[in-house]
Ligand binder design. Structure first.
Ligand SMILES: [Zn+2]
Length: 369
């Protein structure tokens, strides 16, 4: 087994152990629908983005690093990495509660209403992407990739442990570290618990920056969000919050319509997609089935977006713009497909993305007038 498979096996073993204790020792009911939706929000898609995060960190370290930290004695590199990562996590987490579009991502973790290890796995599929800008500077100052991977994995393991439902109090550690009691406060519904204890491993950041709140026995410690659990389907609960919070930042967006998308723009996009489909058909038998399936999924998704644009839906245009940027990135960076025909096609996709963005901006100005 590789290291990711070992990590997943370890998590599943701990989760089953906790379930066993909760059910057979403490006689508590297990809310399986919630527990499974937690796990389903935290496995393969999140792992893929974690892989992307590590890859991007490596690229930054290789091409953009100032190489300060990697000149230090190794022990100091490790100590710096361990503390600096936790510092970055504190601010990353705090700002994910503060900035609406980041909260739309982190919100998924807070939807959980049962405090247990599966909640530690529940995270938005996109959390690694929105976390990255906060940890990227570690690569810039020269923290080696292997130290980054190990220290972040240790901190994530501590965070996973901090969601367990078995350990209520941790003695002196409750005053030094983020423990299950301290982290339960962070998930609390009570107004005295809201926006407290953002730390990951060390408690001192919360004490230093004024966000610490001790767990107190007399405060109701139910967890979750006032809006409740909207769905148990990861595909829905990972995406629903985003339009809600985007609408909050741009209230005018509700009135946006793509009613006047020119016919020839739709035609241009449709023909481009058809050319990509021909490339896909031509791949049959000459590449792995995984690549074929991934191409098929992209084509299917783009078909859906063009349909949305044709029906004058804003999401159709936004989705198409995202496709025009992400699909070439995927093909070039991950598959190394760079035949000249594809490169021409990708350039035309970029042109269509820019035209789409220009249309969005024009549309917005019209509604603001
Ligand atoms: Zn949080």
């Amino acid at each position: 087994m590789n290291e990711f498979a070992w990590a997943y096996t370890f998590m599943l073993t701990m989760i089953l152990l906790e379930v066993g204790i909760l059910k057979y020792v403490q006689g508590r009911d297990i809310r399986w629908r919630e527990a499974i939706s937690n796990l389903n929000s935290g496995h393969l898609v999140m792992l893929m983005f974690r892989g992307l995060e590590i890859y991007a960190f490596g690229l930054l370290f290789t091409y953009c690093s100032l190489h300060w930290v990697d000149q230090w004695p190794v022990i100091w590199q490790w100590i710096f990495g361990f503390i600096a990562w936790d510092f970055c996590f504190y601010w990353m987490h705090r700002l994910h509660h503060k900035i609406p579009v980041l909260w739309a991502v982190h919100y998924v973790h807070h939807q959980g209403e049962e405090f247990n290890l599966t909640l530690g796995v529940r995270n938005s599929w996109y959390s690694s992407l929105t976390n990255f800008p906060f940890i990227a500077w570690l690569a810039i100052v020269g923290l080696p990739l292997e130290i980054f991977i190990v220290v972040s994995s240790i901190h994530y393991t501590v965070q996973f442990y901090n969601h367990n439902a078995i350990v209520k109090k941790s003695g002196i550690l409750d005053r030094l570290l983020i423990t299950p009691a301290n982290h339960r406060v962070h998930h609390g519904l009570d107004s005295r618990y809201v926006n407290k204890n953002f730390g990951g491993t060390f408690l001192w950041w919360d004490k230093l920056f004024g966000s610490f709140q001790a767990h107190e026995a007399h405060i109701d410690d139910r967890i979750g969000l006032k809006s409740g659990m909207p769905s148990y389907n990861p595909l829905l609960f990972n995406h629903r919050p985003l339009p809600v919070f985007v609408t909050r930042i741009f209230p005018g967006i509700k009135s946006w319509r793509t009613t006047d998308l020119p016919e020839n723009f739709i035609g241009f996009c449709g023909i481009l997609l058809f050319v990509i489909s021909i490339y896909y058909v031509n791949l049959q038998g000459s590449t792995t089935s995984l690549i074929q399936w991934s191409f098929f999924s992209w084509v299917l998704l783009a078909t859906f977006f063009i349909g949305g644009m044709s029906d004058k839906k804003l999401w159709g245009l936004v989705g198409w713009i995202a496709f025009c940027v992400l699909f070439p990135t995927y093909s070039l960076v991950f598959l190394h497909h760079s035949q000249w025909q594809l490169l021409i096609c990708f350039s035309l996709l970029m042109v269509s993305a820019l035209k789409g963005i220009a249309h969005l901006l024009q549309n917005r100005q019209r509604h603001e007038c």
